[in-house]
Design a binder for this molecule. Sequence first.
Ligand SMILES: [Zn+2]
Ligand SMILES: [Zn+2]
Length: 201
Amino acid sequence: MVVSKTCPSCGDTKPISEFYREKRNPAGFRCRCKKCTLRDNRLITARNYTTTKRRDLYQKYLATHKKGMARWRAAKRDEINKHGRDKYHENLEAQRQRTRNYGRLNPGKSAQRERNYRARKHQSEGTHSEADIKDIFRLQKGRCAACKDALSVGFHVDHVTALINGGGNSRDNLQILCPTCNFAKGPRDPIVFMQRLGFLL
Ligand SMILES: [Zn+2]
Ligand SMILES: [Zn+2]
């Protein structure tokens, strides 16, 4: 005959009268003491209460309004669809406008990001910043590195050894070319390209 038991929850050894009977349990009693069982049950009830209540309210709301909502949607289907389309285009236009504004406020930034992105794709070493480009521009005195013309119509940042040929993306592999020279060079070997321009490299 069992006279006392240790509750694994509170760790106290208590007389068996402090434990609820439970037939399915081989010992004939609950594992935890009465005090711990009641406390745990209260906690579980409290936790369930809020979720159950919320769920019930929502189900009640649905039951009352489901049919009405469906009727309303069916009657206004065209209007609702049009609203969705309008909002989509509105957001699209606003997003495009934001991109344009950003480009205007940060000239060269998207090109720099594009270069770093392409470099990651080619798994090239190194990155560079916008400040690096400004610095290279200053060192080249605002002239094309190949034909030495003033870079008045705009400029292209070129990877001296092309990314596709294993060139890096850090500033020591960058030069600034005029658009004409850049298009002429493409991914060509830099030395071959300069020799074609008449430089004896
Ligand atoms: Zn206990
Ligand atoms: Zn040039």
